[in-house]
Design a protein around this ligand. Structure first.
Ligand SMILES: [Zn+2]
Ligand SMILES: [Zn+2]
Ligand SMILES: [Zn+2]
Length: 131
């Protein structure tokens, strides 16, 4: 379940957003879609509040923003290190623990660079769509 960062209040509006996200079952969604669904539970919910809540969740790692698929969209995430397999045909998103990023030690040695985080999205066709 997605969690808000410590100190962020769980208002009824935010609760409605969290509930809507909980029903996405791993499919990517846009802020507008979540807003529409969450408003069924909380009529007074604004799009700006929806955006802010999504951004809070992104900060805690509960959500991941997919940048390169047309409309900016989000997907629910697990806290463990993983990457995303994004289907360009149906939009489904699968998580993979496979990671081929260069090690921090190599980056330090070669570039004097201290990495903090990295993100990888792999685009292609999922099993269902390939069939
Ligand atoms: Zn994820
Ligand atoms: Zn697919
Ligand atoms: Zn990785």
């Amino acid at each position: 379940m997605s969690v808000l960062p410590p100190g962020a209040r769980l208002t009824p509006q935010r609760r409605a957003v969290l509930a809507a996200i909980g029903r996405t079952k791993g499919a990517a969604f846009t802020a507008a879609e979540i807003h529409k669904r969450a408003r069924k539970e909380h009529r007074g919910l604004g799009l700006a509040t929806t955006y802010r809540t999504l951004e809070l969740l992104r900060e805690t790692g509960g959500l991941h923003a997919l940048r390169s698929v047309g409309t900016p969209s989000y997907v629910r995430c697990h806290p463990e290190h993983h990457h995303h397999l994004v289907c360009i045909s149906c939009g489904s998103v699968e998580e993979t623990e496979l990671c081929a990023a260069p090690s921090p030690a190599v980056l330090e040695r070669r570039y004097g660079f201290s990495p903090q985080a990295h993100e990888v999205e792999i685009y292609g066709t999922c099993r269902r769509c390939a069939a």
